[in-house]
Each structure stands twice: as C-alpha cells, then as structure tokens.
Design a protein around this ligand. Sequence first.
Ligand SMILES: NC(=O)c1ccc[n+]([C@@H]2O[C@H](COP(=O)([O-])OP(=O)(O)OC[C@H]3O[C@@H](n4cnc5c(N)ncnc54)[C@H](O)[C@@H]3O)[C@@H](O)[C@H]2O)c1
Length: 291
Amino acid sequence: MRDYAGRVCTVTGAASGIGRALALALAGQGALLALSDVDAEGLDETAEQARQLGAKEVYADVVDVARRAMVQGWADTTAERFGQVNLVVNNAGVALTASVDEMEWADFEWIMGVNFWGVVHGTKSFLPHLRRAAPERGAHVVNVSSSFGLFGMPMRSAYSATKYAVRGFSESLRNELRREGTEIGVTTAYPGGIKTAIVRNSRAAEGTDRAEVAAIHDSLSKTSAQDAARVILTSVRKGRSRVCVGLDAKVMDLGTRLLGSAFEPVVHASIERATAKVARQAAKDTAGTLS
Ligand SMILES: NC(=O)c1ccc[n+]([C@@H]2O[C@H](COP(=O)([O-])OP(=O)(O)OC[C@H]3O[C@@H](n4cnc5c(N)ncnc54)[C@H](O)[C@@H]3O)[C@@H](O)[C@H]2O)c1
C-alpha cells in the first residue's frame, strides 16, 4: 500500500493513545476511517478530531474486541458501508501488573481476551474483505505486539504471553499469505515505551502501588503516540514485516537476539534505575509538601 488517500482503514482501540494517533494520522492523509473502542466518549472525541482534520468519512462504533460476534459484525458492517477494506490495525490492548503467584485467573483471562483474542478476532473477521480488496487497491494487516513480546518482562507474564502470542500468530499469518501468493501485507509492530495512558487504564494485583507503576512507565517511555503512529504507518507503506517502535524497542530486539539470557541483567538494571528515580522524585515531592 503506497499511500492511504481514499483507502478504507480500520483501527481498534482508537479512543486513546497509539490508536487515536493512528486514526488522526490516517485522517490527515485522506483515509476513510472505521474506528472502534469500548470507550464511547473517547471514541467520539477521536472521530470528531478526525473530521476536523478533513477525514471524508468516519464510522465509529463501540466494539469490545474480546467479543467475537461483535468484531465480526463490525467488520461486515464496515465492508458493506465502504464497499472495501484496505487496512486493518489490531491495536486495542490492556496491561496487567502482577506476579505469577499473585495474578488472579480472571485478570489473566481478561488480558488474553483483549490482547490476543482481540487480534485474532480482528484478523479473521476482516480477512475475507481484505482478500477482495487486495488485487486492486491493496490490503494490509497491522498487529500491535510490544517489546515485551520480545523479552519476558518480570511482573508482566500475562501481558508478555499475549504479546508473544500476537507475534507468533502474525508471523504465521504472514508466511501463510506469502506462500499463497496473495497481496495482503502483514506488519507486526513492537512498540517500546510509548507515552500513553495504558498503565493508568489497566489492572494490577491487589496491593500494587499503581501510581508508582504508572510513574515508572512514564519515566521509561520516550516515544510519543504520534511518533509511534508515524513509524507504524511508514512501515506499512514500505511493506515491512516487522517494526520496532522507539530506540528502546530496537535495543531490546538487538539485545535479546545478540545476548540471549545475558541481556536480562541489563533490563533489570534499567528497571531498577527507573524505580530509584521515581522514589527520589516522590521523596522530593513529599519534602516540598511538608516545607
Ligand atoms: N504504551 C506503551 O508503552 C505500549 C508499548 C508496547 C505496546 N503497546 C500496545 O499498543 C496498543 C495501544 O496501547 P496504548 O499505549 O495506546 O494504550 P491506551 O490505553 O492509551 O489505548 C488502548 C485503547 O484500547 C481500548 N481498549 C481496551 N480494551 C478494549 C476492548 N476490550 N475492546 C476494544 N478496545 C479496548 C482502550 O479503551 C483504549 O482506548 C496496545 O496493544 C498496547 O499493548 C503499548
């Protein structure tokens, strides 16, 4: 897909963060949009901003990606309404901070439903529509994994498991489609730390200091959602099969491949540095409040 003008592009999780940035970047490039999210209010805001940026058509619907029938319905309605579908971005995702010991079964099932099954539902539901569009106007799937789909992060076993699963599913899909000789492209995106509300929107084991977890995420996140969207959309145009988003994701990719398990202490040290920095800042804030 060389450009997005006049192409029908779908984005899940479009109410916030990377999904919103993708929707707005696509709107600015003349795409017709089908957006979805569980957050109706945030989704309306994105749709309104996309219209203000000149998007000719924006179809926004509340869809829970964990629910297969809902995603299938959204895919069919989108195809019917626009007559074709060219780009599918399975972006919706949630996070969970918990040790394997402490993690609730229900939380594990919840995150698998959104992060893994959501990607499978989106891919399978749109695939027949993409097949029809591919020969004439191009067709592409983007599945959003994570740098934690390249490295098994402590306290993120469930999250990492979903993102490794997205990676395996997407790589198989790409190879399958390539062997068949179809023209449907597949890109797996591996963002590093992106400045979004993902941690604030997510779940954690009981007793977790959620403010501290969010502050550590903020401190480790160097890439804006807008830059992440730009990098992902450029990769699609260039037909790349995988894209690491942000320097930290590139370092994670290279480190795990070159060093294997010897890379683990490097990641642990960086988490410890970020934790210490957040603790120092909290101590300063407390001292400031008391003085
Ligand atoms: N922010 C990061 O540091 C980071 C790093 C790597 C990967 N990612 C991935 O990027 C994607 C986007 O995350 P983000 O950082 O923009 O987070 P975000 O919280 O800002 O946005 C995620 C969106 O997904 C929506 N969502 C949640 N559950 C849903 C469901 N069941 N059905 C439909 N929509 C649902 C939320 O309402 C929200 O609008 C996720 O897949 C995430 O795992 C993020």
